[in-house]
Design a protein around this ligand. Structure first.
Ligand code: NAD
Length: 256
């Protein structure tokens, strides 16, 4: 039972992060939502979630591209039980045209942020004698696609970090795992469709069928609730001996 536990979810005012927040709140978890904005909508989202599931929900602004803000998020959150590193961005371009600032931002947000939050959270979890770190990686942590050099590098990196952190916490009643979604139709995926249409000279429908879901044998997107349910499993005591590994939620993509 996750009742009364505190879960911090980075990048959770949209997409998969928000879906995870909803599933975890449904399980009775208190939640810290996060993004780099600080709008009325962000705080309204926290209030709505708290009311709907009768749990405690706060919103903390912190920019996951900045190491000190990542650590500050964990400090402000307090007695953290479950850390879900989810914040992520994408940029699509060939390597020789890939803008350096996009490379740096993707490595910072998709990889280094999880290093900083994990480093700040582990001492708190050790003191409390229980913990879960769950990193939202990607099928692109296991496989590559052209034009996604920074994203694929960051996601491969986070799977390596997951293994190291699992070994360092093995005796501490803390598990560290990753989830590797295939494609989930979120704003992040929506945003790649126009670039990919240009890159391949295709219509939106063709891009979805022939490019995005090309490698998914089921030909279906996963839902944010399904990713949330996988997080809930990894956070549960059923998964107490699952550590240092990843679970693919990819419609069979990486079976190939
Ligand atoms: P999204 O764009 O809907 O959500 C990304 C979240 O990260 C948003 O809440 C955004 O505000 C936040 N964010 C972005 N930059 C940030 C920053 N600097 N500081 C704090 N928060 C920041 O995308 P999504 O599809 O929900 O992606 C969530 C995670 O899932 C990412 O790590 C992504 O790589 C991963 N993922 C997504 C898919 C997919 O198909 N959508 C597949 C595999 C993995």
């Amino acid at each position: 039972p996750l009742e009364g536990k505190l879960a911090v979810i980075t990048g959770s005012n949209s997409g998969i992060g928000l879906g995870i927040a909803q599933e975890m709140a449904k399980q009775g978890c208190n939640i810290v939502l996060n993004s780099f904005t600080d709008s009325k909508e962000d705080h309204d989202l926290a209030d709505k979630l708290a009311k709907e599931f009768a749990v405690h929900v706060t919103y903390i602004k912190a920019d996951m591209s900045k190491g000190d803000e990542c650590r500050m998020l964990i400090e402000q959150a307090g007695d953290i039980d479950i850390l879900i590193n989810n914040a992520g961005i994408q940029h699509v371009a060939p390597i020789d045209e890939f803008p350096e600032d996009k490379w740096n931002a993707i490595i910072a947000i998709n990889l280094s942020s999880a290093f900083h939050t994990t480093a700040a959270a582990l001492p708190v979890m050790r003191k409390r004698g229980w913990g879960r770190v769950i990193n939202i990686a990607s099928a692109h942590g296991l496989r590559a696609s052209p034009y996604k050099v920074a994203y694929v590098a960051a996601k491969h990196g986070i799977l390596g970090m997951t293994k190291v952190a699992a070994l360092e916490t093995a005796k501490d009643n803390i598990t560290v795992n990753a989830i590797c979604p295939g494609y989930v139709l979120t704003p992040l995926v929506e945003a790649q469709i126009p670039d990919t249409m240009k890159e391949y000279g295709m219509s939106r429908e063709e891009v979805i069928e022939k490019v995005i879901l090309a490698k998914a044998p089921t030909k279906e997107f996963a839902t944010t609730a399904q990713i949330g349910g996988t997080v809930a499993y990894l956070a549960s005591n059923y998964a107490a001996q699952v550590t240092g590994t990843s679970i693919s939620v990819d419609g069979g993509w990486t079976a190939q």
